[in-house]
Ligand binder design. Structure first.
Ligand code: ADP
Length: 274
């Protein structure tokens, strides 16, 4: 067991008496250390693209450059600006998740609709990354509706799908399924044939800014915050995140939703879209 750290304070207590207050401050210190780490990480993540941008600006100011080089430099600068924008947007998402009330049971979203949006994003991202040869499958075995915040649910699901796209090399296979589980829950699962994650990294993947391979994450526009966002959304919906991964073979990231947040969609007998 951990050693107990206490803070002791003497408070005036009337009639010249003093009240001795002592409390365990270990968790307070831990929280403070985590906050410091977080600020240091954010600063570092912002400073890197800023330094690159500053360098390009200086070059453009001081050198007469042919038009092709100018255009190339401006492209690279736009990439760095985009990177900072993504980072700030993920940071805002995280802070909103931490500060807002828990999503209730009043808002229901069809899983098929979430799946379609994930599919569109995945195919577009795959094309942008030049890996349009990914072999995709998106499958909703039985449509259902999910209770919670539609934007949070979409953000969690699309984060898992975009990770699969980003980390799986061209030609790889990505399967996204929605299926009922035996215990009354249902899960959204993303399986890929990417590089996989070594077991020692698994417990830390959802920490903010934790990355197994920093440069691979950056190359594909990663902020290191995606799975932290997923974890928050999952917790806020009473769901469970499961990660199965085999180094060199691939990974499955799945979110299992509790029965209370699920509603089966009954299909009309002569549903034309079936
Ligand atoms: P990032 O922006 O770096 O992808 P995430 O929080 O989304 O941040 O993921 C954290 C780390 O988990 C990644 O840097 C990567 O090392 C690992 N990871 C996430 N998804 C996958 C995947 N599908 N295959 C292999 N590694 C993954």
């Amino acid at each position: 067991s951990r050693p107990l750290r206490v803070s002791v304070q003497l408070h005036p207590y009337g009639h010249g008496r003093k009240l001795l207050l002592s409390r365990d401050v270990t968790s307070v210190e831990q929280a403070e250390a985590m906050r410091r780490d977080f600020v240091a990480n954010v600063s570092h993540e912002i400073r890197t693209p800023l330094t690159v941008l500053g360098g390009f600006i200086e070059t453009l100011q001081n050198l007469p450059l042919p038009e092709v080089d100018r255009a190339r430099y401006l492209d690279l600068m736009a990439q760095q600006a985009q990177r900072m924008q993504t980072l700030v947007s993920d940071l805002l998402t995280l802070s909103r998740l931490e500060g807002s009330p828990l999503p209730g049971l009043s808002d229901w979203t069809p899983v098929r609709q979430l799946m379609t949006q994930c599919e569109q994003e995945a195919r577009a991202l795959s094309a942008v990354l030049g890996k349009a040869t990914h072999e995709f499958s998106f499958d909703v075995a039985e449509d259902a509706e999910l209770a919670g915040s539609p934007s949070e649910l979409l953000s969690a699901m699309s984060n898992l799908v975009s990770n699969a796209v980003r980390y799986t090399p061209a030609g790889g296979r990505i399967q996204v399924v929605w299926r009922a589980l035996a215990d009354g829950r249902a899960e959204f699962a993303v399986r890929d044939t990417g590089p996989g994650v070594a077991p020692e990294h698994l417990p830390r993947l959802t920490e903010r800014f934790y990355r197994v391979d920093r440069s691979r994450s950056r190359e594909t526009g990663g902020t290191g915050l995606g799975l932290a966002i997923v974890k928050h959304v999952v917790q806020r919906h009473g769901a469970e995140l499961r990660i199965d991964s085999t180094l060199g073979a691939g990974s499955t990231f799945a979110i299992a939703f509790p029965a209370a947040r699920l509603r089966m969609v009954r299909r009309a007998a002569n549903d034309a879209s079936a």
